[in-house]
Design a binder for this molecule. Structure first.
Ligand code: SD4
Length: 320
């Protein structure tokens, strides 16, 4: 149990935790804290998985997904497949505060962002260009994909559907989100009065088929908040996780009396039952300041790191 206020986020993204904490410390709102924290990761390009210049899709383009939720009013703003705008969480907030809608996608989301004054910028960097060109070279080598997908019938070129082969095996060219290829920021902020806000920001999955949207911007999947109860946020293989709305589930488990750790474990358990080897984790906090996390322990991923800043600390701490 922690004293409020509290900021908790997925992965060891300490700058982001600190940025959010500074807002709360100065008496700012939980929404401002979450926006500031996630925006910090977008600027820092946290682990290459948040913000510009990471996770190029099959065409080499970086696109962004983000959402923000106010646990007092149950308002949400979200964007997916956002192109050419770096501050995805800012655009999500603008959707929440300046429209009647909840979720804008693709090119139209970018036009909305520009109309709100967000700058149009190229999200491609030398780094993302090199990830993309290496992938093209690598995937064109004979037999490369045979090691990854034994029944891959194609070793080069863009996605095409495989007849009779399902799900994960569908596109050998799409890199699955795994231990080495992850790191969405999902954040929960709770102020002294118990107001809860949550947010996420990510550039999604590397080599995704253009148009792919992950779990992160989807309410209840990437994050969920209800100030009566608390908040939760998820990270991992969004293509699997979004089917289970784990953040919503976790909040509901807390509503039914589970402590945050148990709520996270149960939300993970629901996915495990069908996808025992999925890669993912959930963080949870309740509005009295208790918090916890759970991940699916699979080979190569036994520990999930998250970061916490709470009353009585002078800097953010890593927890496992
Ligand atoms: C996605 N959930 O787009 C994101 C990626 C992620 O840790 O969280 N990786 O599927």
């Amino acid at each position: 149990k922690a004293e409020l206020p509290l900021v908790i986020n997925t992965w060891p993204f300490r700058n982001a935790t600190e940025a959010a904490w500074r807002v709360l410390e100065a008496g700012g709102s939980v929404l401002d804290a979450v926006e500031k924290g996630c925006a910090q990761c977008e600027i820092d390009q946290c682990d290459g998985s948040v913000g510009y210049g990471g996770s190029p899709d099959e065409n080499g383009e970086t696109t962004l997904d983000a959402m923000i939720m106010n646990g007092n009013t149950m308002e949400i703003g979200a964007v997916a497949q956002l192109r050419r705008i770096k501050n995805a969480i800012g655009v999500a907030r603008a959707v929440m505060e300046h429209t009647k809608h909840t979720f804008l996608v693709g090119e139209s989301a970018s036009l909305f962002a520009e109309s709100m004054g967000f700058m149009r910028e190229d999200l491609t960097t030398n780094h993302s260009r090199s990830i993309h060109s290496k992938w093209l070279d690598q995937s064109c080598q004979p037999n490369y994909w045979k090691n990854v997908v034994p029944d891959a019938s194609k070793s080069c070129g863009p996605y095409h559907p495989f007849k009779g082969v399902k799900n994960e095996k569908q596109s050998p060219l799409q890199q699955k989100i795994n231990v080495h290829n992850h790191d969405t920021i999902g954040m929960i902020a709770i102020d002294k009065a118990g107001n809860v806000a949550v947010g996420t920001s990510t550039n999604g999955a590397t080599h995704k088929i253009p148009g792919r949207v992950g779990d992160s911007p989807i309410p209840g999947a990437g994050a969920y908040a209800d100030s009566v109860v608390g908040g939760a946020a998820a990270t991992g293989d969004g293509d699997i996780m979004m089917r289970f709305l784990p953040s919503y589930q976790a909040v509901e488990y807390m509503r039914m009396g589970s402590d945050p750790t148990a709520a996270c474990q149960k939300a993970i358990g629901r996915i495990q039952k069908y996808f025992p080897n999925f890669f993912g984790a959930v963080i949870c906090a309740n509005s009295t300041g208790s918090y916890g996390a759970a991940c699916n322990k699979i080979p190569g991923f036994k520990e999930f790191h998250f970061t916490v800043f709470r009353m009585g600390l002078s800097k953010p701490i890593d927890e496992v």
